[in-house]
Design a protein around this ligand. Structure first.
Ligand SMILES: [Zn+2]
Length: 594
């Protein structure tokens, strides 16, 4: 029976190009999962987009001499192109500066406010003593009270990642003219999380299949929930949809609040673009729909506690009750799938500190599937994991190229040379049957693992079958069977059948290679669909690129199908390039090992 599955993927931030640590956290895991679920016959809606509001966009814009919108335009395009090149099969990858997103955010804000879950509180806000004007958070700098970093900003410390208020900073100063800001009372809106804690706790108690560490972490947070600011002193973001506030030029909705709502707004935009404006409800309102959220571990709080709290409040389900929003009733997350960090020489990959390998450079040098394979098999699924070129080269050469690539190549080459087509099988031996059975049995095991986001185990299990097939060919020695063409053809037939099965098992992980193997076996059409970059607009607004695709038309399904005897075969070309071993010692010249 098919299920509806929402794959809600973390929103990359538009203040620069993304590095391989980012896509190991959300990009590859969510895509492998979604591709598997589609092959298994489920209705997947995979959505995300670029997170384009907030202080850091303005800081980057100042640095580059651009407006915030120009900065968002520039990096949205780069990030969307990178995700396309990586093969991430979004149904819609959009952005947060759309009118649609603004409408959805404002509707949820208004509902939470109506229901009493958004409360105004007076805070200390910074002004410039010389001009008397509000000083936006990004223009205040000082020492982080948590980690002692001297370049912390008024809303966040880039060193330890903590959220800050300007008044928390030690030795605050204006970045415009160095003067010490004055603090005056200013009003902001807070999400009343304590009023939602009861409903949150009840809901968390139903999440019995969550991983123990995520559950423990979430329950601990529940005990110390305090109201959390959802507006900010800045002029780049979604306006506050309340009378008297909408035109306040220096008050905007806080970027974190607007970004999490993107999961819903992107689904609404996708539905509108699909021609059925209500279609998003099948994933957001239907009781049997499931939702999986993909992110790095630094974002667990937002997805296991704060986003569910927003949804509960917008459904009118907290201590204060209330009415549902125009989008309610909204489903809460089924599963929160987080990754640990991909590190380099022990440090978190971070653009600011030079430990960085950009997705674009990596894909240009090695193509998408070697990176996808590395992330699945050696990435930070369960623990922080150090990226080394040595390990990348080893995985690429000895697993992808020598094991899988070589199995494909030698089976098809031999069949091409001896028969010119997929040969028929004669009588099967025990060894033939054993291998065919092992490949067929792997569908249940590998499928279950892909579906539960156990990427390392799923890859290992698929590669185990690849290993069995290589051993089978070595043991059967079809090249020595010139005088027994029936037996030779039987061995080649069995090998090609298992190549096809392994290709299906690996399709969610290696969709580009899978298309090539499909064609090398004589297949025609789209086996594994790829996302396309399309220019769209809202009304008369400017064009912007989104990622989308038609994945229902692809031929790949999660089942063993018999190869078609007699299909002509051509001489295959290598599936994966072997890399020079010295690359493992030095790194490529654009990212040498320091
Ligand atoms: Zn800090």
């Amino acid at each position: 029976m098919s299920s509806r599955i929402l794959a809600a993927v973390a929103w990359p931030y538009a203040n620069g190009p993304r590095h391989i640590g980012h896509v190991s956290g959300f990009g590859v895991p969510s895509d492998v999962f979604s591709r598997y679920q589609r092959m298994a016959g489920n209705d997947v809606l995979m959505v995300s987009g670029t997170d384009e509001h907030g202080t850091a966009i303005q800081v980057q814009a100042d640095k580059e001499g651009l407006t915030p919108q120009q900065t968002a335009d520039k990096y949205h395009r780069i990030i969307a192109e990178d995700l396309q090149a990586l093969g991430c099969s979004y149904d819609l990858y959009t952005r947060t500066t759309t009118l649609n997103h603004r409408e959805v955010v404002q509707e949820l804000f208004r509902t939470l406010h109506d229901n009493g879950y958004v409360v105004a509180e007076v805070q200390q806000g910074a002004i410039s003593p010389s001009t008397g004007r509000t000083l936006p958070d990004r223009y205040i700098e000082g020492t982080c009270p948590h980690c002692g970093y001297d370049g912390a900003r008024g809303d966040q410390c880039d060193n330890c990642g903590r959220q800050l208020d300007p008044i928390d900073l030690i030795n605050p100063r204006s970045r415009i003219n160095g003067e010490v800001p004055e603090f005056i009372e200013t009003e902001h809106f807070f999400l009343d999380l304590p009023a939602l804690a009861g409903a949150l706790g009840e809901w968390l108690a139903t999440r019995t299949d969550w991983r123990p560490n995520v559950m423990k972490f979430s329950l601990n947070l529940l005990k110390e929930l305090r109201p959390r600011a959802i507006t900010r002193d800045l002029d780049w973001g979604v306006p506050i949809p309340l009378e008297g506030w909408e035109d306040a030029s220096m008050k905007r909705i806080y970027v974190w609040f607007d970004a999490v709502i993107g999961y819903l707004s992107a689904a609404v935009e996708w539905a509108r673009r699909s021609g059925d404006p209500d279609a998003w409800k099948l994933w957001w309102q239907a009781e049997d729909a499931r939702s999986y959220y993909f992110m790095g571990k630094d974002n667990i709080t937002f997805h296991s506690v704060i986003w569910p709290a927003i949804l509960l409040g917008a459904n009118g389900q907290g201590d204060k009750g209330g009415h549902g929003s125009a989008y309610s009733p909204l489903n809460l997350p089924t599963e929160v799938v987080s990754s640990e960090y991909l590190t380099m020489s022990g440090s978190k990959l971070a653009s600011s500190r030079g430990h960085v390998i950009y997705v674009r450079d990596f894909l240009a040098a090695f193509g998408p599937d070697p990176l996808r394979y590395f992330i699945a098999v050696a990435g930070p699924e369960n623990q922080d994991t150090d990226f080394t070129w040595e390990e990348f080269v080893r995985r690429n050469n000895y697993e992808l190229a020598n094991e899988w690539g070589n199995l494909v190549n030698r089976s098809i080459s031999m069949a091409h040379k001896n028969v010119g087509a997929i040969p028929a099988a004669g009588e099967l031996t025990d060894a033939d049957r054993e291998l065919l059975d092992a490949a067929r049995a792997a569908y249940a095991v590998v499928g279950d693992l892909w579906g539960r986001c156990k990427f390392k185990q799923a890859t290992a299990e698929a590669m185990r079958v690849v290993g069995l097939a290589n051993k089978y060919i070595s043991d059967s020695e079809p090249w020595k069977l010139k005088d027994d063409p029936v037996r030779r053809d039987t061995v080649l037939h069995v090998a090609l059948q298992v190549v096809q099965d392994c290709n299906t098992l690996l399709t969610p992980l290696l969709p580009h290679a899978a298309q090539k193997v499909f064609e090398a076996l004589g297949g025609q059409g789209v086996w594994a669909a790829q996302p396309e970059l399309r220019l769209v607009r809202e009304g008369d607004g400017p064009e912007y690129p989104v990622l989308t695709g038609d994945y229902t038309a692809q031929l790949a399904t999660w089942e063993s199908r018999p190869i078609a005897v007699g299909t002509p075969l051509s001489k295959p070309s290598p599936l994966f390039a072997k890399l020079d071993d010295t690359l493992g010692e030095t790194g490529p010249d654009w990212a040498p090992i320091a």
